[in-house]
Design a protein around this ligand. Structure first.
Ligand code: 13P
Length: 329
């Protein structure tokens, strides 16, 4: 087992979330990625998924805006066209490779539809193997809905996230800890704030009880906003509501917070990040760990012009630059 000193993990967490760069989430499962390709008219296959991820990773100058890339197990084990394994190529391109290690969600019995994220069985051995193959960090995503979150589901998911985070640190990997309150729906901003507070309070109680070094994690939360089918909040309103919840529950030792985009349009979610980054007196760095807000337009561009890789890469780079500038506000 490789065990790195905690200071190294803290430095990696700082690298991932500092200096005006963010994390590219390209870790959609085989099922989700296949559905996204098919929706754009690209027949899904292991090769198509690989070609698309290669396009993202090899965009010229990506590391100016992107500190790390989250991959799924399939991509982590694939090679670029030039034969380099993805994690090796990522490091050579100045981007830290990360790996999504949860195995998805299933309903929690007796909890009215609330979900639990699975993947703890055998996780230590998997993390050891990923570390040997170059993983610098990992991701585990818990999923909550404002209508179905319960104190029990917040606690159960918080405990799973804490066990995952402790195992990651034991294996020399920085854990990205993601308690996502879904943005889908018609709810108001207060419902999002309430659910986010419940998820974060349970999570940090469990992280502390599990002995996780809070200086060597990255928190990946949602912005506190109204549901995607409700009237959007102004950037100032979303930023203030988000910071209010984070200040209450996220200890100052946490070096960095990297937000997910949650289905918000790219321009809007970048405005939220700009407004939030401008708030003074935060103890943690803030940046982005967006998936859809960075890649959706690039995927469409590629699907429409599969031989013009550079056109799709330019769209990706434009979104990464906008998000990175938002984080540096
Ligand atoms: P979105 O930014 O598309 O919400 O995805 C981020 C992510 O990694 C969700 O787990």
């Amino acid at each position: 087992m490789t065990t790195l000193p905690a200071t190294s993990l803290t430095e990696i967490a700082q690298q991932l979330t500092g200096a005006g760069r963010g994390v590219l989430a390209a870790d959609e499962s085989i099922k989700t990625m296949s559905a996204r390709l098919a929706a754009e008219g690209v027949p899904a296959s292991a090769t198509a998924r690989r070609d698309y991820r290669e396009l993202l990773l090899t965009a010229d100058g990506l590391s100016q805006w992107i500190s790390g890339i989250i991959l799924c197990d399939e991509t982590f084990g694939q090679d670029l066209a030039d034969g380099r394994p993805f994690p090796v190529a990522a490091r050579e391109l100045g981007v830290l490779p990360g790996i999504k290690v949860d195995t998805g969600t299933t309903p929690l019995p007796g909890q009215g539809g609330a979900l639990i994220t699975e993947g703890l069985d055998g996780l230590g051995a998997r993390l050891a193997a990923y570390a040997d193959r170059g993983a610098a960090f990992a991701k585990w995503r818990a999923v909550f809905d404002v209508d179905t979150i319960t104190p029990y589901s917040a606690g159960a998911n918080g405990q799973a996230l804490a066990r995952y985070a402790a195992l990651c640190q034991q294996h020399g990997i920085v854990p990205i800890v993601e308690p996502e309150v879904l943005c889908a729906g018609t709810h108001g901003i207060d419902a999002s704030a309430k659910a986010s507070a419940l998820a974060l309070s349970a999570l940090f109680a469990e992280l502390i009880d599990a002995g996780v070094d809070l200086s060597a994690i990255v928190l990946k939360p949602n912005f506190v906003t109204p549901g995607l089918d409700a009237a959007p909040a102004s950037p100032a309103e979303a930023a203030a509501a988000t910071v209010a919840v984070l200040r209450e529950y996220v200890p100052a030792e946490v070096p960095g917070i990297a937000f997910l985009s949650g289905g918000h349009p790219t321009a809007r979610v970048c405005e939220y990040l700009t407004a939030l980054a401008a708030i003074d007196g935060r103890p943690w760095s803030v940046t982005f760990s967006f998936g859809r807000a960075l890649v959706s337009a690039a995927l469409r561009t590629w699907a429409n012009a599969p031989t013009d890789i550079v056109a799709a890469q330019d769209v990706l780079l434009g979104n990464c630059a906008t998000a990175a500038q938002a984080a540096s506000a």
